[in-house]
Design a protein around this ligand. Structure first.
Ligand SMILES: Nc1ncnc2c1ncn2[C@@H]1O[C@H](COP(=O)(O)OP(=O)(O)OP(=O)(O)O)[C@@H](O)[C@H]1O
Length: 293
């Protein structure tokens, strides 16, 4: 079956000559229909560059991006993006309803259908009563819900999310993570979410793609072996969660400076995995402390 998203041999270099900077190199992966894939990588490794290439906002220097088999050379209509900075992505002069309806105008959706789809999307994110308000009358978490509603109203084949919960407090972050899990199951959405938060990548993902330091390449593609129904307390305490979180942390913190080798996933085997992961993390931190002095 054709994957929803196919990224093949992607490279992007900013600038040219002596100031050229390769942000991502040789990235190849697929995201299946209905899957939620998380991308996690060190700060500045090229995560946003990758998303911008997928969204058709920049043309990659090499390689291809295809959405259900069609090569992307401009922003596809059936793709929506949720950015970290909700305050800049919502229009302050439009009501919440107006913001959610806005991208539907350029997609030729009739006024009546725009109203209907905006009302539905606001209901999905728990903001039915807020349509007439303005973004600046809402909390940060509510504004990000509006951004998510706006993306969902477009009924995208692929939802791209770039650090979507990085600008809200911890409690709101948990609520928004659970909101995303709920709506993606209800709507069988295909989601590619970029985060620098290891726990978030494991909590949300069906898969976690771990990127190397810049220029980003994929060092591991891990399947998240957790039940589809997750909750913030028991899932995060579970043995599989803790083991996988430790593994992602190791992969992120233990990278050679250049050309990382692909790393195979070890199979969790003993009841001591959790403690072993914790000890390993502590050893990693100690090593990082020593090398930074
Ligand atoms: N327009 C640009 N021109 C030149 N270099 C750029 C440009 N945009 C990004 N870069 C560089 O490319 C590299 C990757 O940047 P990018 O923003 O994609 O990384 P990131 O992983 O999303 O970063 P962060 O984790 O801080 O959000 C960085 O070294 C950055 O300085």
């Amino acid at each position: 079956m054709t994957p929803m998203l196919e990224v093949a041999g992607l490279r992007h270099t900013y600038g040219s000559g002596p100031t050229a900077h390769t942000a991502v190199q040789n990235l190849t992966f697929e995201v299946a229909t209905g899957e939620l894939a998380c991308i996690v990588g060190p700060s500045g490794c090229g995560k946003s560059t990758l998303l911008r290439c997928i969204a058709g906002l920049i043309k990659p220097s090499a390689g291809t991006v295809s959405l259900h088999g069609d090569k992307i050379d401009r922003t596809p209509e059936d793709l929506a993006v949720v950015f970290q900075d909700y305050s800049r992505s919502l229009f302050p002069w439009l009501s919440v309803r107006g913001n959610v309806e806005f991208p539907l105008r350029s997609r030729g959706v009739s006024r009546a259908d725009r109203r209907k789809r905006a009302a539905e999307a606001l209901e999905w994110v728990g903001l039915s009563g807020a349509g007439a308000k303005y973004p600046w009358q809402l909390s940060g978490g509510m504004q990000q819900r509006v951004s998510i509603a706006r993306a969902l109203a477009c009924q995208p084949s692929l939802l791209l999310m770039d650090e979507p919960f990085a600008s809200v407090d911890a409690q709101t972050r948990f609520e928004l993570e659970d909101l995303l899990l709920r709506v993606r199951h209800e709507h069988e959405s295909t989601v590619l979410l970029v985060t620098h938060d290891i726990d978030e990548s494991v909590y949300l993902g069906d898969r976690v793609l771990v990127l190397s330091k810049s220029p980003a390449s994929i060092v591991a593609d891990l399947t998240v072996d957790l039940p589809a129904q997750r909750d913030q307390i028991t899932t995060r305490e579970s043995k599989n969660f803790v083991a996988l979180r430790g593994e992602v942390a190791r992969l992120l913190h233990n990278q050679p400076a250049a050309e990382p080798e692909p790393v195979k996933r070890p199979t969790p085997s003993s009841a001591d995995d959790q403690a072993a992961a914790q000890r390993f993390l502590e050893a990693e931190r100690e090593q990082a402390r020593q090398t930074s002095h």
